[in-house]
Ligand binder design. Structure first.
Ligand code: FAD
Length: 333
């Protein structure tokens, strides 16, 4: 492998049922920064069936180039189908870096591509940078149960790969007219995909991914019980948002582990984050500090969360939350 032959930053633009995942647009934002630092092109990889129209969205979120692989065999995500198309393209065009969102699909796809291309992948990164002199990617992620942050490089193999958590980076908007959209040939034989998707059944229809939510009502130990969490659900419903929680709330069995915010949970960046009965431990704050507006409800005015909050409400969750619900309903009526 001649490392100098590998150039450019690629982002896997994940779409589901024709809808681009937020993390892919966020990755284009950060990918733009990295590509500019290296002076190379930023390419979005768009795979699916009848998805060509999504290319313009990628063009207006930072991409210099969109490679569109549109084929009926890519209608549903399959590890084999998607991995083959991306590996063929990577072998032919030799990108230096390939970013994938750390979604359920990205966590499945990324390692498969890395193994096939005999390269390294840093999973679940929370920040990324690059060394301009040699093009080495520096991917940082929590290690040893979140007790330290490790920065990992892959200097001897290309493309350098990383999966990145949703909600970590901000989206950008750019002039789409400068972007080149190219339809690539898809070489997929039936035998390339050994699994067949017969039907897609969504397990939990009303469960929202907190990393994608615009309004989050989050509860901690101070909420007191699973029963009290229903109040938070009511407030979230009034805001057309979703509920989340601290690790203490998850460990108490009041909310599903998929809804944990923080260093060992998910990173969120909603428009409004309402923290109810959460103390604001550093590991929690790491996952929500980039929210646009933070409101904290805590009976202890000295709780660390009150310093992170834009609005700090000192009071009992059981009294304040019903009042917030009433006010939101009144504003909406
Ligand atoms: P507490 O710290 O117990 O705080 C409860 C708060 O509720 C207090 O501030 C109290 O004043 C307030 N309160 C009590 N009763 C009421 C009431 N009636 N009305 C209003 N306020 C009230 N934590 C995470 O959240 N996410 C993570 O990803 C995470 N990862 C971790 C990783 C590691 C390696 C470690 C060591 C810890 C991690 N933690 C994480 C745990 C973290 O350190 C805290 O222990 C946890 O966030 C505390 O949760 P809490 O704020 O809900 O509970």
């Amino acid at each position: 492998m001649n490392i100098a032959d590998y150039k450019g930053v690629w982002v896997f633009a994940e779409q589901r049922e024709g809808e681009l995942q937020k993390v892919s647009l966020e990755l284009l934002g950060e990918g733009r920064r990295i590509a500019d630092k290296l002076g190379v092109k930023l390419t979005a990889l768009l795979l699916g069936n009848n998805i060509e129209s999504l290319a313009t969205t990628l063009a207006s979120h930072g991409a210099d180039e969109v490679l569109v692989a549109d084929d009926k065999n890519l209608e549903h995500y399959t590890t084999e189908g998607y991995a083959k198309v991306i590996c063929d393209l990577a072998a032919e065009r030799k990108p230096g870096i390939l970013f994938v969102g750390a979604t359920f699909i990205g966590r499945d796809l990324g390692p498969r591509i890395a193994a096939r291309l005999s390269t390294g992948l840093t999973a679940d990164c929370t920040s990324i940078d690059v060394e301009v002199e040699n093009g080495d990617l520096l991917a940082t992620r929590p290690a040893f149960g979140g007790n330290l942050m490790a920065t990992i490089a892959c200097p001897e193999h290309r493309p350098q790969m990383a999966t990145v958590r949703p909600g970590v980076f901000a989206k950008i908007t750019t002039d789409p007219s400068k972007c080149n959209i190219e339809k690539v040939e898809v070489k997929l034989a039936d035998s390339d995909i050994r699994t067949k998707v017969l039907e897609v059944i969504k397990a939990k229809k009303d469960m929202v991914d907190i990393a994608e939510a615009e309004f989050i009502v989050s509860g901690g130990r101070g909420v007191g019980s699973k029963e009290n969490f229903k109040l938070l659900e009511e407030l979230a419903a009034a805001l057309e948002g979703t509920v989340a929680g601290s690790r203490a709330a998850v460990e108490s069995g009041w909310i599903d582990g998929a809804c944990q915010v923080g260093q060992t949970g998910k990173t969120v960046r909603p428009k409004i984050y309402i923290a109810c009965g959460i103390s604001g431990a550093i590991q929690h704050v790491a996952g929500m500090q980039d929210s646009e507006l933070i409101i904290a409800v805590n009976k202890d005015e000295t709780a660390p969360i009150m310093k992170v909050a834009d609005y700090a409400i000192v009071g009992d969750v059981a009294k304040v939350v019903p009042e917030l619900i009433a006010q939101v309903k009144e504003v909406k009526s």
